[in-house]
Ligand binder design. Structure first.
Ligand code: NAD
Length: 371
């Protein structure tokens, strides 16, 4: 029996409500599993941390995040903190976690549960059973490169500049994450870049090819132009397994892929850092893509699936518990197949439930799966 340590940071708004459902799932595994036990601790982040401590995350919480096998994050923010000093705004807690843990690899899966295939804007046969993963570089590229400025020219006209910069190390470390992830999936990586018109694209192709040869010749690698990738995602998304790409293209492609799965309330994500020099374990933070949803917070209406699916990603990618992750994904699919829907994914003829009942139904399906 191994023990896995988790830090839960529910945050604000619906983050608190959806994290309670993750705790329900964790309690299920602690009761039923004889392979691993979870030891959880919780702390404040975002507006909740500011109200108690005057900062969006404390040093003590950061130390816990550093020590944990994985951090599960809810959401932060809300109008009640609009006037707090900029450096203490709720998002500063999340940004500090990302920066101090050097989380450079952002994983955004797009999964289409069969029961929700008709809710997609694409045809059922195109999206049903879709399971792809976009791996986006998160700390470099066009959003951070210098110079980054708007200058006024002598003519009075303005000129804006963004600079796309990447180094071999930044590309290589992301490519390695991509190959590692593919090995836990269907063993296929597409590298998306614009080597036809961008020097950074040329370097991406060169480095990913070299990393593939040296580190992961067992994984299937294809290069695809980022614009073609955008088109292929709509035409035939199931041809992809893992798409590795830079910060800017990843931003766009992951949102495009996300649309195939329906609501924000369904979308999990993860951010990974460099492997620890002693243990080889990567720092990691798992969070739903959605925010704190002040419009529905405190009403028990939030869809907990994105946060529960984020926990399943932690099991798969940080805790070496792929079987348990598969079980959660199946339990979610079964709860949806049974016709249960939160308001955000409600369809005619289905049964509308709140946050707690969706969480309980998923745990009920887990109970069924273990028999
Ligand atoms: P949001 O994601 O909170 O909500 C957008 C819309 O989607 C709302 O109508 C909301 O009700 C709905 N929605 C989101 N998640 C849902 C769920 N699980 N179930 C059902 N419906 C859901 O985005 P926003 O309204 O732009 O931002 C609200 C606050 O959240 C702001 O303070 C923003 O800064 C913050 N925010 C935080 C994060 C984060 O913590 N990572 C991300 C985005 C926004």
């Amino acid at each position: 029996m191994t023990t896995k340590t988790l830090l839960l940071l529910p945050g604000d708004g619906i983050g608190v409500e959806t994290m309670a459902e993750v705790e329900r799932v964790i309690a299920f595994f602690n009761k039923k599993s004889n392979k691993a036990k979870f030891e959880t601790s919780s702390d404040l982040v975002g507006g909740a941390a500011y109200d108690k401590h005057g900062v969006a995350i404390t040093d003590a919480a950061m130390a816990k995040a550093d020590a944990a096998d994985a951090v599960i994050f809810g959401a932060v923010g809300g109008p009640q903190w609009d006037a707090v000093p900029y450096e203490h705004r709720p998002e500063a807690g999340l940004l500090r976690l990302r920066k101090d843990m050097d989380l450079f690899a952002n994983l955004r899966p797009a999964i289409c549960y069969p029961a929700l295939a008709d809710a997609s804007t694409l045809k059922r046969e195109v999206v049903e059973g879709l399971d792809i993963l976009i791996l986006r570089e998160l700390t470099g590229g066009t959003y951070f490169g210098e110079p980054k400025e708007i200058v006024t020219l002598e003519s009075g006209e303005k000129r804006a500049v963004d600079t796309t910069v990447y180094t071999t190390r930044e590309i290589d470390r992301l490519a390695r994450v991509g190959f590692d992830l593919a090995r836990k999936r269907r063993n296929k990586v597409h590298m998306a870049a614009k080597w036809n018109v961008m020097r950074t694209g040329v370097l991406w192709r060169e480095v990913v090819t070299a990393t593939h040869k040296a580190y992961a010749p067992d994984v299937q690698l294809e290069h695809i132009l980022a614009d073609n990738c955008a088109m292929q995602l709509i035409r035939n998304p199931k041809q992809f397994d893992v798409i590795v790409t830079d910060n800017l293209f990843g931003d766009v492609l992951s949102d495009e892929a996300a649309m195939m799965t329906g609501s924000l309330g369904m979308l999990p994500s993860a951010s990974l850092g460099a492997p620890d020099s002693k243990t080889g374990k990567r720092k990691s933070l798992y969070e739903p893509v959605h925010g704190s949803a002040p419009d529905i917070a405190g009403k028990g209406l939030a869809n907990p699936i994105a946060t529960i699916a984020s926990f399943a990603m932690a099991l798969r990618y940080s805790l070496d518990m792929a079987d348990a992750a598969d079980m959660i994904d199946k339990a979610i699919a079964n709860a949806l197949a049974a016709g249960l829907r939160t308001g955000d994914i409600m369809q005619p003829g289905m049964t509308k439930v709140g946050t707690t009942d969706m969480g309980k139904a998923i745990v009920g399906q887990l109970e069924n799966l273990v028999g």
